[in-house]
Ligand binder design. Sequence first.
Ligand code: NDP
Length: 298
Amino acid sequence: MTESADEKAAQNSEHRRIDGKALAARLRRELKARAEAAGIIPCLAVIRVGEDPASRTYVGAKIKACAEAGFASRHIALPEDVSEEALLEEIRRLNSDADVHGILVQLPLPRHIGEHRVLAAIRPDKDADGFHPLNAGRLFLGLDAPVPCTPRGILRLLDEERISLRGKHAVVIGRSNIVGKPVASLLLARDATVTICHSKTPNLAEEVRRADVLVSAVGKAGLVRPEWLKPGAVVIDVGINRTPEGRLTGDADPACAEVASAITPVPGGVGPMTVAMLLENTFELAMAAKGKNGAPDA
Ligand code: NDP
């Protein structure tokens, strides 16, 4: 009894651990109920090229999450040496399949395939990852679009934790098209003042020290030092790294939890939210398709 009271007190103390796993589980249950209530079975098609072990794990988790939420899914596994044209043909087939609402191509792709050409071939209204250039542009302009899953999950975690962003200084480490740039765009749209850092940023520690909210999306264990943080900063750790012992760990040194007011653990923070947001995107694409099919052409 005493222990659980202590645990509760620790959770409510200044150093909060943001439980992405629990929130993602709740969101997945809610999406299942929303799809049932709407009388739709959203369908996600996932294309994987080659046998990269991490890609296999991620795709497996996405397919499993679909099944658990009562969504349909298609898993298309293509060989490592598949031609770009054959991959594009597969995408065109899924684009014109009315039963498929969301399409994603698991990245990275083998070097002989043009990633930008592939992402641009997905119909923007079936773009489950929000990586199509049209949707990336719409997001940047603040227009309605499918939002990339990890950035969307980060904003949802911040909202659920009631962490306000208006007037706050947000620092994003990493400028990839899938995490760094879109999350910076979303934070800006919420009236944060945003700094984006990358490998050529001369004094990372100094930039991080100004952060009320820090998002680290690099992939380097222990990069973010506790002494860099402003006391009470919120830390969203996107990084996924494997220690020599095989454990998963984020970009933030574990001692950051002692300085931050709230921090996402790795695993169990941003990762599960990414999958939950993929389901949410697929659900929304399915709802939009239902609306279009039910309405006369504009
Ligand atoms: P990328 O490799 O595409 O981008 C990494 C970014 O980090 C680049 O912008 C790079 O700078 C920057 N960087 C590298 N070294 C440093 C440094 N020493 N100081 C400052 N910046 C640095 O990675 P992703 O965005 O795809 O992913 C980032 C991490 O997040 C990875 O660990 C990945 O596994 C994880 N991830 C987790 C997800 C989740 O659901 N939890 C989802 C997606 C990714 P530059 O541009 O100059 O090279």
